[in-house]
Design a binder for this molecule. Structure first.
Ligand SMILES: [Zn+2]
Length: 240
């Protein structure tokens, strides 16, 4: 299976790998730093380069049914056994990372203050939204949520990846705020994203290393879409 470099190092922008399969224009590499999408975070874009050969645009990234990462490319052909250098579109990826960590901060505060669960989320390069299942929430509490979220940003807390056993996740319901334990992925080892002294969630995405990188979180839009769905759209002002 593809070695997924992005799972342990979100800041890896370049890597080398071998082409292990080519199927209907989809390239599978021995290892990759390209994020295939998931958990509301879009797939990466970037380049695959062959020494003394073509440079290909990566226009799509996803996961096969076997758990490999595939790369859809334009601009040339690759053969099994070739060595390539992968280059991630870093501006796009870093924007996704900042917005993803921002959503974890907002949902972490919402969980602590209001017991909120997460009913959905979507990340873009210039904004993100989260749907929260919060009892008794109203507009007056938005300011509190926004203010507390920015306090976590200002506290410059470290953000790290940790791998835990499934038993540990089952014993700690706050780790899976997306629903009940049926939502915990199968398999022995699970990945969590931990914001130092504040929040930990099961997660497959890429995150910044410190909350200060997020920048100021601004609540741009609020929609009450029913009892179990309060939709908040955020934008970020530049990080410090
Ligand atoms: Zn997440």
């Amino acid at each position: 299976m593809t070695e997924k470099l992005y799972l342990s190092d979100s800041y890896l922008r370049e890597f080398t790998a071998e082409v292990v399969a080519v199927d209907a224009g989809r390239i599978i590499l021995s290892r990759t730093a390209f994020y295939p999408g998931g958990g509301g975070q879009p797939p990466d874009r970037g380049l695959l380069m062959v020494e003394n050969g073509p440079t290909l645009n990566v226009i799509g990234v996803g996961k096969t049914e076997y758990g490999d990462v595939y790369h859809e490319v334009q601009g040339g052909l690759l053969n099994v056994g070739e060595r390539v250098k992968g280059v991630i579109d870093w501006d796009l990826r870093y924007a996704h990372m900042r917005h993803h960590t921002a959503l974890h901060i907002v949902s972490g505060v919402a969980f602590k203050l209001f017991g909120a669960k997460i009913s959905g989320s979507q990340i873009y390069a210039d904004r993100a939204r989260i749907d929260l299942d919060i009892k008794g929430f109203d507009k007056s509490k938005l300011k509190v949520l926004e203010g507390e979220s920015n306090r976590i940003v200002a506290e410059r807390r470290g953000v790290s990846v940790r791998f835990i056993q499934r038993d540990e996740a089952l014993a700690n319901p706050s780790l899976y705020r997306l629903g009940d334990e049926a939502h915990i992925p199968a398999g022995g080892t699970l990945r969590i994203i931990e914001i130092d002294g504040f929040d930990a969630q099961l997660d497959g995405g890429t995150h910044v290393a410190n909350t200060s990188e997020v920048g100021k979180i601004v609540f741009a839009k609020y929609e009450n879409k029913g009892a179990g769905n309060k939709r908040i759209e955020i934008v970020l002002e530049k990080g410090s």
